[in-house]
Write a protein that binds this ligand. Structure first.
Ligand code: SAM
Length: 269
C-alpha cells in the first residue's frame, strides 16, 4: 500500500516498452487524466497496457495555460498523472513549471521511481567515485562546449547529446582535454544498445562510419596529478632512452592522466 497523492509524476520506458513498473501502470489506469507531451506517443504505451485514461498534451509552449485547467481538475477532487515521451518527466523534459505551481497551490505531488537514461547509464559504467555533474543536453556552440570541458575537470560530467552532434562534440572535448577517457551509452534498453568506455580517439574510430540512436555520454574527471610520483616515472623512462612524446603516451595510458599534462611535465624534468 502507498500513500495517495493528487498528482503523480510517472516515468515511462526509454526504449524497451516493458521497462515500466506495475505501480506506474496501476496509477495510469486509476487517475482521471494523464498529462503528456505528445498524445500520439503516449497513446501507443496506453494501448499496449490497455489503459483507457484520457490524455491531454502539455509542452513548453502551452505549459502555463494548462496549469489553470489542471488546478480546476484537482480542485474537483480528481487525480492527474504527468508523463513525458520517454523516461522521467523533468529530466530534460517539461513539467517543472506545472509541478512547482501545483505545490505552491497546496496539492500533494509524488514522483514514482522508474526509467531514466542517466541513471540507467551510470549504473553500468565503471566509476571510481560517486560524484558526477549532470549538465542535461550539451550546449551547442563550440565555445560553450570548450568552456564546459575546461570548467568541469574535477568531476565526471554527464550529458545528453544528439547523434548528429556527438562526434563533433567529442572532437571539441578532445581538443581541450586531450585524448581522455569517456563513456558513451547508445540506445540503452533497445535492440542496438551498446556502452563503450575508451579514449576519445578509439570511440571516434569505432563510429568512423557515423552514429545513430539516442546517446548519453560521460567525460571522466582529470585525476589528481601526483607530481612527485610522475616525475620519478618520467625520469626512469628518460633514463631508459624514451622520448618525451612516447613517455606522455605511456604514462597517460597506464595511469589515465591527461597526455598533454604529462608531456608538459616531461619538458620540465
Ligand atoms: N526524460 C528522459 C530521461 O529520463 O532520460 C530524457 C529525455 S531527453 C528529451 C532525450 C535524451 O535522453 C536523448 O536525446 C538522449 O540523449 C537521452 N536518452 C533517452 N533515451 C535514451 C536511451 N535509450 N539511450 C541513451 N540515451 C537516451
Amino acid at each position: 500500500m502507498a500513500r495517495e497523492f493528487d498528482f503523480y509524476i510517472v516515468p515511462t520506458p526509454i526504449g524497451n516498452i516493458q521497462d515500466i513498473t506495475i505501480r506506474a501502470i496501476e496509477i495510469l489506469k486509476t487517475v482521471d487524466l494523464i498529462a503528456c507531451e505528445d498524445t500520439r506517443v503516449t497513446q501507443k504505451l496506453l494501448n499496449h497496457y490497455d489503459i483507457n485514461t484520457k490524455c491531454i498534451s502539455y509542452h513548453k509552449y502551452n505549459e502555463k495555460e494548462r496549469i489553470e485547467y489542471f488546478l480546476d481538475v484537482l480542485r474537483d477532487g480528481k487525480k492527474i498523472a504527468l508523463v513525458s515521451d520517454a523516461g522521467t518527466p523533468m529530466i530534460c523534459d517539461p513539467g517543472a513549471v506545472i509541478v512547482s505551481e501545483l505545490i505552491n497551490s497546496g496539492f500533494s505531488v509524488s514522483s514514482l521511481p522508474g526509467a531514466c537514461a542517466i541513471t540507467t547509464f551510470l549504473s553500468e559504467i565503471p566509476r571510481d567515485n560517486e560524484n558526477f555533474t549532470f549538465i542535461g543536453f550539451m550546449p551547442r556552440s563550440e565555445k560553450q562546449i570548450e568552456d564546459v570541458s575546461k570548467k568541469l575537470t574535477d568531476h565526471n560530467f554527464v550529458f545528453y547529446e544528439s547523434p548528429e552532434r556527438i562526434l563533433k562534440t567529442l572532437k571539441i572535448i578532445q581538443s581541450v582535454r586531450g585524448d581522455i577517457k569517456v563513456a558513451l551509452g547508445r540506445e540503452l534498453s533497445k535492440l542496438f544498445e551498446e556502452v563503450l568506455v575508451d579514449n576519445i580517439s578509439s570511440i571516434l574510430c569505432h563510429f568512423k562510419d557515423g552514429i545513430k540512436g539516442e546517446i548519453v555520454c560521460m567525460v571522466y574527471a582529470i585525476k589528481d596529478f601526483d607530481t612527485t610520483k610522475m616525475e620519478y616515472r618520467i625520469k626512469k623512462l628518460k633514463d631508459k632512452g624514451f622520448r618525451d612524446k612516447d613517455i606522455a603516451i605511456i604514462l597517460a595510458t597506464l595511469f589515465e592522466y591527461n597526455k598533454n599534462e604529462v608531456y608538459k611535465k616531461c619538458l620540465e624534468v
